[in-house]
Design a protein around this ligand. Structure first.
Ligand code: AHM
Ligand code: MG
Length: 350
């Protein structure tokens, strides 16, 4: 037992890296850890419970919400509200930001953006799902906290992490000083440090993309997929195709083994499918901290301007050599920089 370090112990230990820290971020991370254990308990029971299934209402993206999405959202908002360190929660499940008045009046300085249960369409079939979170500091403590505090570039993130509810449950997070992973030990109910200082391999042999959309991909992506499939022993090609359809699970595997995950623009998703604020930015921060790379095919995800809460972005993320190779194909296919053109024109890539 002497070697076991719990998430709580680790967070307190790491607080020393920030000499002026007052423990607020530590408490916030602890609150997220607690809520994720409650969500984990329900996700594990999903096959048994009446809770499984659809509520019949759709969320702000027009997608059908499932009961566990609602439950997870409630748990995180509740934990963050009672913790007192977070004044705004921006969630995939809420059209608008949720302002926590009690924390605002106390001068709380953190904002949390969250996808409470990503990949929730996989719950019914027992496939891993995840939580993704991102933490920002309020821009100006002298003015009331507002949506503007959420619409910050990814480079401004103070911390980000994900929880994967898989064959085991893991919480992986960064505060900008490397990435550490904790596995939930159900026997003691604690996340224990299992993957210290995670690094993604420089290159890998896994590519992850929904190939069913191939016909609607930009030329550069089509060419990259063909490149992945060509035989070349020197570069270990053809690569292996792995796509779970649960971003957290796909990225977690690729982070550990080396690989690339791509969700480009498609006919159905002319700006990409994944959301910048609570899906792409936190994952980009984690992957970069693990030595990886994350772009929209040309530009760094973390540098993208954030104009809307539920803004979408294409994403190319994973082992740096693989992402660079995919970008070369995008460039050769003549795809201009996304940041050079308005979002409304992104579908010209099709
Ligand atoms: P969700 O937030 O509605 O669950 O959607 C996000 C999920 C990601 O986890 C996954 O990578 C992607 O959607 C899969 O989309 P598709 O089924 O179009 O391949
Ligand atoms: Mg999601």
């Amino acid at each position: 037992m002497a070697d076991v370090k719990t998430l709580g112990q680790f967070i307190i230990e790491k607080q020393a890296d920030f000499p002026y820290a007052k423990g607020e971020l530590s408490r916030l991370l602890r609150d997220i850890g607690i809520a994720s254990k409650i969500v984990n308990r329900e996700v594990n029971k999903a096959g048994l419970m009446e809770i499984l299934g659809k509520t019949g209402v759709t969320n702000v993206q027009g997608e059908q919400q499932q009961k566990l999405d609602v439950f997870a959202n409630e748990q995180f908002v509740k934990a963050l509200s009672s913790g007192g360190e977070c004044c705004i929660v921006a969630s995939e499940e809420n059209e608008n930001i949720v302002r926590i008045d009690s924390a605002v009046s106390k001068g709380a300085k953190y904002i949390v953006a969250i996808d409470p249960l990503d990949g929730s369409s996989n719950i019914d079939v027992n496939v891993p799902v995840g939580t993704i979170f991102s933490i920002y500091r309020r821009k100006n403590l002298a003015v009331p906290a507002s949506l503007g505090d959420v619409l910050q570039r990814g480079t401004e993130q103070v911390a980000a992490g994900y929880v994967i509810y898989g064959s085991s449950t893991m919480l992986v997070y960064t505060t900008g000083k490397g990435v550490n992973g904790f596995t939930l030990d159900p026997s003691i109910g604690e996340f224990c440090l299992s993957h210290p200082d995670m690094k993604t391999p420089e290159t890998g042999t896994i590519y992850s993309i929904n190939e069913g959309n191939y016909v609607h991909f930009p030329q550069g992506v089509k060419k990259y997929i063909k490149y992945c499939q060509v035989e070349d022993t020197a570069t270990y090609r053809p690569y292996t195709s792995r796509y779970i359809g649960s971003m957290v699970a796909d990225l977690h595997r690729n982070l550990l083994k080396g690989g690339i995950f791509i969700y480009p623009v498609t006919a159905a998703a002319p700006n990409g499918k994944l959301r910048l604020v609570y899906e792409c930015n936190p994952m980009a921060f984690i992957i970069e901290q693990a030595g990886g790379r994350a772009t929209n095919g040309m530009d760094r995800i973390l540098d993208l301007e954030v104009a809307e809460l539920h803004q979408r972005s294409p994403i190319f993320i994973g082992s740096p050599a693989m992402v660079r190779q995919a970008e070369r194909f995008m460039l050769e296919a003549g795809e201009l920089s996304f940041s050079d053109i308005p979002y409304s024109l992104h579908n010209r890539f099709l």
